[in-house]
Write a protein that binds this ligand. Structure first.
Ligand SMILES: [Fe+2]
Length: 332
């Protein structure tokens, strides 16, 4: 039984034969390339667990290959092992700069190669699991959205609005990325709210509203301890809090409400107002901003954040982004 897939790149056939022999004896499926470009194409096609590459090859070198792999979102988590000459410190430094995960010295020692590849495959499995844990939560969020015909496209719009807002506020890259993920995931906890309540056309009873409020706590729990969602979790839990303490689930006040959750709250209200609902048609941008301003005056949201959001709306960027998104085939 194969234990994983490895792409090997070397311009000398005897070296390829050696690598292939060592790795297949350990149960790996091996795909070989004799130059960097071919290795890159194989990596994109086979999505291997590890890439083992020589440094000097005609055309694309091992460094360039590594750089391409690490720059592409689809392949950047694939570990790359560079095979270098014994005394070539410069090659190692350049390899590190190119993003290489590990090095092997020529002549190749079979046991060393097997041990390195084995541990990198383990690491790759671990990162794959992290990725798929996040994608399970994401598909849950999209399932929630699909249940409610009136919120079609809400998640994608929220991700786009919130990340643009974060960029406009000058937030660091990881927080902007969290706002984008949070746009998709903020309501994931609604998966735990029954259809009869979530889709009820009329007024909700106090008990039913209490059930709706639970979506923040359920969502928070679903995010669990996933490292990737460290900055997203507070958005999921606190996007219905209000500055004056009248929000839910914790009744947080002022700065106790995480900033990213405050940003998401403004964007959430804006999107609700600017889209059709069963009980009213979508409001215009100006009418929606006027409504939001009323809520700011009531003490629910920070006025400086609101002012920035108004600027962003007037810049036309939000509209441009949604237009581009809805123009993309298959993206609704
Ligand atoms: Fe929500």
């Amino acid at each position: 039984m194969k234990t994983g897939t490895v792409v090997v790149a070397d311009d000398l056939q005897p070296n390829i034969d050696l690598l292939r022999r060592i790795l297949t004896s350990d149960g790996y499926a091996v795909h070989a390339a004799t130059d960097g470009a071919e290795a890159l194409a194989l990596t994109l096609k086979e999505s291997p667990d590890v890439v083992v590459t020589d440094v000097m090859m005609p055309g694309m070198t091992g460094f360039e290959l590594c750089r391409h792999i690490k720059e592409n979102k689809a392949t950047r988590l694939i570990p790359v092992v560079m095979v270098t000459g014994l005394a070539h410190t410069r090659e190692r430094i350049e390899g590190i700069n190119a993003g290489a995960d590990d090095f092997l010295t020529k002549p190749i020692n079979a046991q060393e190669l097997q041990a390195r590849v084995r541990s990198l495959v383990r690491l790759k499995r671990f990162t794959d699991e992290l990725d798929s844990a996040e994608s399970v939560i994401l598909s849950l969020a999209l399932t929630v959205e699909a249940r409610d015909p009136y919120t079609g496209g809400h998640c994608a719009r929220m991700a786009s609005y919130a990340s643009l807002f974060g960029e406009a506020l000058g937030l660091p890259e990881d927080e902007v990325a969290a706002l984008s993920r949070g746009g998709y995931l903020h309501d994931v906890g609604k998966v735990g709210v029954p259809d009869a309540v979530l889709l009820k056309p009329g007024r909700l009873t106090e008990d039913e509203f209490a059930l709706i409020r639970q979506h923040t706590i359920i969502g928070d729990r679903l995010c669990g301890d996933l490292k990737l969602l460290r900055l997203v979790k507070p958005i999921v839990r606190s996007h219905h809090e209000r500055l004056d303490g009248t929000g839910y689930p914790d009744g947080l006040r002022g700065d106790a409400i995480p900033l990213l959750a405050q940003i998401m709250a403004i964007v959430d209200v804006y999107d609700a107002l600017t889209t059709d609902r069963p009980y009213r048609a979508a409001l215009t941008v100006e009418a929606s901003l006027a409504e939001l301003e009323g809520e700011v005056r009531r003490g629910w949201y920070r006025s400086d954040l609101f002012d920035e959001f108004v600027k962003l709306c007037h810049s036309g960027q939000l509209r441009d982004r949604t237009r581009r998104r809805s123009d993309t085939p298959g993206d609704s």
